[in-house]
Write a protein that binds this ligand. Structure first.
Ligand SMILES: C[S@@+](CC[C@H](N)C(=O)[O-])C[C@H]1O[C@@H](n2cnc3c(N)ncnc32)[C@H](O)[C@@H]1O
Length: 219
């Protein structure tokens, strides 16, 4: 099995910039509500795969869910986090079978860098989910509007806006994987089927899709 590729120092600096952290804190509540993760969460065990700097789990902490995150990186900064973090690889989850009610993966599928990587991630998500659990995916889909905004950000045309400047720097570092993802994202549905999931709901916003899946009963 391949080892995950680490993010570059430039990518990490942009992702952890104050501007992008603030943006995540102000936009993730809406995204999690749209996914349906904010309601009836009390007592539910929830794992965020590739949790990054943890804003999604921090928002979910107010909902009374039991929260776990895993990412290749330890958090930056000294603040205690309101969830249990594991530093590790999302394709080799250090959790027992049928542990979680909900598994989340947002903005991260392309960081697994191939559909073989995404398949490993989904197999692990399926394994650690309870039979009645649900998988929640949020990611980009290809559209004329998204290509336009990405090309504009990548070309530094909006660098007078601090958040856009950081996002542009992040985008330039991951351009191979993000444009690969945009060209191929529909393959995800086949890989979901192959890994034992059925789609419960699929919605598109302007830049992101919101996908909820259930594990298929194994025969
Ligand atoms: C764009 S960030 C998204 C982070 C977070 N989900 C968010 O929405 O802010 C992608 C994350 O994927 C993580 N990542 C990449 N490959 C991974 C792997 N194999 N296992 C766990 N995390 C991984 C990176 O470290 C990074 O934090």
């Amino acid at each position: 099995m391949n080892s995950p590729r680490e993010e570059s120092a430039t990518w990490l600096a942009a992702y952890h910039s104050e501007q992008l952290q603030r943006r995540r804190r102000s936009t993730y509540g809406r995204k999690l509500r749209r996914l349906g993760l904010m309601e009836n969460a009390a007592g539910l065990s929830t794992l965020d795969i590739a949790c990054g700097s943890g804003e999604a789990l921090t928002l979910l902490a107010d909902q009374g869910a039991r929260l776990f995150g895993i990412d290749l990186y330890a958090p930056r900064g000294p603040l205690a986090e309101p969830f249990h973090r594991t530093v590790g690889d999302g394709t080799r989850l250090p959790f027992r079978d049928a542990t979680f009610d909900r598994v989340l993966c947002m903005h991260s599928l392309h960081h697994f860098r191939s559909f073989a990587g995404i398949e490993s991630l989904l197999r692990e998500a399926r394994r650690v989910l309870k039979g009645q659990g649900a998988l929640f995916l949020l990611d980009h889909f290809d559209s004329f509007y998204l290509q336009l905004i990405f090309r504009t950000l990548e070309a530094s045309c909006l660098d007078f806006l601090p958040a856009a400047k950081s996002f542009g720097a992040q985008l330039r570092e991951e351009r191979d994987i993000i444009f690969w993802w945009l060209a191929n994202w529909r393959t995800l549905f086949r890989v979901l089927e192959d890994t034992g999931f059925q789609v419960r709901s699929f919605k598109k916003g302007l830049f992101f899709f919101y996908l909820v899946c259930n594990p298929v009963e194994s025969r």
